[in-house]
Design a protein around this ligand. Structure first.
Ligand code: HAM
Length: 429
């Protein structure tokens, strides 16, 4: 039997879930703290909803299948199309601008590299129905609040922001026709993943003259973040949007995280304005999260346009950063009390006492098999028990049990009638 999960899929063992839960808790708290409402679409959607025309990588990575009634279905690679579907289906009942959040598992048949799996959990924040950059600022405030809760400050994470209209303005100046802009964005997004020469060839394949391809890569293919106040980008009307976002970030106290970076365009075709991506400060890891404004997606998918902006933040890279950079170690799963017994004849009493502790709201584990104290304490220690209750015939005859606090080793004989109260006072007191 194959003991590994399918390539790219992950098993979460108990200790792995401890770290994942901490990440989910930071996402959940930040979302609710900022007034987002939770929604949850299904993992399986119709293939048609998720399929795309533009040359996006994600379109080739869809896990696509046919059900027994010949429906063309797919495991979602992202949540955004489902959000569009759900909002549009009940638009009359929704208060706009809608602020929605979810954590959902997404599947992509990716080439396996560090930070990229074929399945990941993605936190999504979206604001639908708000055209102003206030929405971007609110989303980024929420993201940075989650980062802060995970112990990651502006020194650890940088959010690179750009606006596709700034890039489009520059492409216009270079004579690249509007119809080709999305193609050019898709190529620019591959910067750093493929040699510049290959990217230039791709631009030529998309219909750009060789000279224009050179100019595009020279102006936008660089690593350095350009200035918004001078140079060719500053003249773009959309540069003002970026400045307003930076100013709002300043007012809200997270400007330290942000960097203008004309090189960030993102790999999804639907973005129309602001785009952003979060990275660790040393750029050792893949993108931690990414998002942007997609004002045309609702109109394109449903015929009713709605301005929208959102972001997706996966659990894979953040877990790598927290363990490798912040030294977070998976915590041993803990239990408050472990009940054990000296001989098997006490099995009924042990089960009853354990049930009473559970009924009193105490997290309890029962060691099913009887044994010597040493063996039992070894087990309780591996289970991370804070207290043990060990039943032996002599104490039990007197209506009592030996209770040990594992950290201090202090042992006390406690009357069974008082056991739950005694433990609760020490565990919760
Ligand atoms: P995306 O950039 O494709 O955007 O994914 C967002 C985040 O999901 C990435 O930054 C990364 O954290 C995580 N992620 C994506 N693919 C993988 C993978 N194969 N393995 C591990 N993590 C991964 C979107 O999906 C957009 N729908 C986000 C969005 C929401 N835009 C607007 N609203």
């Amino acid at each position: 039997m194959q003991l590994e999960p399918p390539r790219g899929m992950r098993d979460f063992y108990p200790a792995d879930l401890d770290l994942r839960d901490r990440i989910f808790a930071a996402w959940t708290d930040a979302s609710t703290l900022h007034g987002f409402q939770r929604f949850e679409p299904p993992v399986v959607e119709s293939f048609e909803l998720l399929a795309r025309k533009a040359g996006e990588e994600v379109a080739q990575q869809i896990y696509h299948f046919e059900d027994k009634s010949n429906r063309q279905l797919a495991l979602r690679p992202e949540v955004t199309p489902s959000l569009v579907r759900m909002i549009s289906a009940r638009a009359q009942d929704i208060v706009f601008p809608a602020k929605w959040w979810t954590i959902g598992q997404c599947f992509r048949y990716e080439r396996m590299t560090r930070g990229r799996k074929r399945e990941h959990f993605q936190w999504n924040l979206d604001v639908v129905g708000e055209p102003s950059v206030q929405a971007e600022a609110w989303i980024l405030a929420t993201v940075t609040s989650a980062l802060g809760a995970l112990g990651l400050g502006a020194r650890d994470v940088r959010i690179h922001i750009n606006n596709r209209q700034v890039v489009a303005y520059l492409l216009g100046e270079l004579g690249v026709p509007r119809e080709s802009h999305v193609d050019v964005f898709m190529v620019l997004d591959k910067k750093g993943k493929a040699p510049v020469e290959t990217l230039k060839e791709m631009l030529v394949e998309k219909g750009l003259a060789a000279k224009t391809a050179d100019e595009v890569m020279d102006l936008l293919g660089g690593e350095a973040a350009d200035s918004l106040s001078s140079g060719p980008l500053a003249a773009s009307p959309a540069a003002e949007e970026v400045r307003r976002l930076l100013d709002l970030a300043d007012a809200m106290g997270f400007a330290d995280y942000l960097r203008f970076d004309s090189g960030v365009v993102r790999g999804l075709a639907y973005y129309t304005g602001t785009v952003f991506e979060g990275f660790d400060a040393e750029r050792k890891f893949r993108a931690i999260f990414g998002g942007g404004r997609y004002d045309n997606l609702f109109g394109d998918m449903t015929g009713t346009g709605r301005p929208a902006v959102g972001m997706g933040f996966g659990d894979v890279v953040i877990a790598e950063i927290l363990t490798e950079l912040k030294g977070l170690t998976p915590a041993k799963p803990k239990v408050e009390v472990c009940v054990g017994m000296f001989d098997a004849a006490l099995g009924r009493d042990a089960a009853r006492i354990a049930a009473e502790l559970v009924a009193a709201g105490i997290q309890t584990d029962l060691a099913f098999s009887a044994g010597k104290p040493g063996k039992f304490f070894g087990y309780a220690d591996r289970r991370g028990a804070r207290f043990t209750v060990f039943l032996a015939p002599t104490e039990l005859r007197d209506g009592a049990a030996a209770v040990k606090e594992m950290a201090s080793g202090v042992q006390t004989t406690v009357a069974l009638a008082e056991l739950a109260g005694w433990l609760r006072a020490r565990l919760r007191g």
